[in-house]
Design a protein around this ligand. Structure first.
Ligand SMILES: Cc1ncc(COP(=O)(O)O)c(C=O)c1O
Length: 399
């Protein structure tokens, strides 16, 4: 490998959320933090070099998008996801979570219903509830250890007040890469009920080598889907630069796009910072080799964890992700009476800080989410500590 993912990097002193919020989240600093979804790997060198080059100029003044920014984004989507949205349908947004909230405000009214499919990335709940929309859950099902959308339940859950469905594509925390057929079937239900689909595709470029199929942008599955959806993508997750806050919307329908952009403009929210622009261009121009090697490394980490659990801690059943560096762990068989107890066991007995499953909503009970985007040595040590803690617990339960 040309890039080094093995050497641990000390993030202390950088105000990294992963470290700084440990006392608040886990009640202690003394955990190996395997939670918030960024990577402990050095950000792709081409990005750091581009920022360094820009810093040689002494003025960091107001800066607009370069002439190439949108074309590079369009080209990336075309070459990686077999979809060619028109350049005018693409625009910059300062973060996907804020954009989800803008979309909720823009395409629904207070009291309308917004549908999400839990368990799912927890800000989906916040952007609905905090904007005073009614949250409707369409819980995901599990079949053969993978999440599936329950379209029969969805059909019954939709009412005349339903306006939007927020889709996590690929899915966090389950790592599902929804297939074209699954997305077409979803589009069919949404079409019949005239819903707008807001598709969060931040993990699109994190599809793993072992995935049986590529990422499919929701908007690419049919003309109806293109004309009735709002998609969000970003280089931030895959190139490990979420601190720079760079993402884009893709809205092929001119009327929807006007509504969304006029909302952004009215709130003066459409601009980013110059490092976000520079980093995105560098990533899309020169980052592919780093991305592929990072995905290979993450894939090996996933294999390592899944093999280790099967061998040493078969009580914990991991969901094998098709995308992302996150593993959804079913810990029911460890026998804790609730998810909080399980979470505390990981902290206090194994010294590990994972995400609590219940923050992802219904279906998260007795689950934790593990972030494996760390050097393998750290992951190995974490798994060994966990095996030791579980072994002591087994002896306690037996004795
Ligand atoms: C599904 C999903 N959407 C959005 C985000 C965050 O997006 P942003 O940092 O652009 O707000 C994450 C981060 O983990 C995520 O998993």
């Amino acid at each position: 490998m040309k890039y080094d993912f093995d050497t641990p990097i000390d993030r202390s002193g950088t105000d990294a959320i992963k470290l700084k919020r440990c006392p608040e989240i886990f009640g202690t600093e003394a955990v190996t933090p395997l939670w918030v979804a960024d990577m402990d790997f050095a950000t792709a060198p081409c990005i750091r070099d581009a920022i360094r080059r820009r810093l040689e100029h002494p003025i960091l003044g107001y800066t607009t998008l370069s002439d190439d920014f949108l074309a590079l984004t369009q080209d990336w989507i075309r070459s990686h996801h077999a979809w060619e949205p028109a350049i005018e349908s693409i625009g910059f947004i300062p973060g996907i979570v804020p954009a989800l909230s803008f979309a909720v405000q823009c395409f629904s009214q207070q009291g309308d219903q917004v549908i999400i499919q839990a368990p799912v990335y927890y800000p989906f709940f916040n952007v609905v509830r905090n904007n005073h929309r009614n949250l409707v859950l369409n819980p995901l099902k599990q079949e053969e250890g993978r999440f599936k959308m329950d379209l029969h339940h969805l059909e019954n859950a939709i009412t005349e007040r339903s306006r939007l469905l927020i889709l996590c594509n690929p899915h966090n925390p389950g790592g599902r890469v929804w297939t074209r057929e699954e997305l077409l079937a979803l589009a069919d239900v949404c079409h019949r009920h005239n819903l707008i689909v807001v598709s969060d595709e931040i993990h699109a470029d994190m599809v793993l080598p072992s995935s049986p199929h590529p990422h499919t942008p929701f908007a690419s599955v049919s003309d109806w889907a293109a004309q009735h959806s709002v998609s969000f993508m970003a280089p931030s997750k895959v190139f490990n630069m979420p601190g720079l806050i760079s993402s884009c919307y893709i809205i092929p329908n001119p009327a929807l796009r006007r509504r969304f952009t006029s909302f952004l403009e009215a709130s003066e929210l459409g601009n980013g910072n110059l490092f976000a622009y520079i980093a995105t261009e560098a990533a899309y121009r020169e980052g592919e080799e780093w991305r592929c090697q990072m995905l290979d490394y993450v894939q090996e980490n996933i294999h390592f964890v899944i093999d280790f659990l099967a061998r040493e801690i078969p009580e914990i059943i991991p969901m094998n992700p098709e995308a992302s560096f996150l593993i959804w762990l079913d810990c029911r068989n460890l026998g804790f009476s609730n998810t909080e107890e399980l979470f505390c066991f990981f902290i206090q007995k194994a010294g590990l800080g994972l995400n609590l499953g219940t923050i992802f909503g219904q279906g998260g009970e007795h689950h934790l989410r593990l972030n494996v985007a760390s050097p393998r040595s750290i992951l190995k040590e974490a798994m060994e500590r966990l095996a030791q803690a579980v072994s002591t617990r087994r002896e306690g339960l037996a004795g």
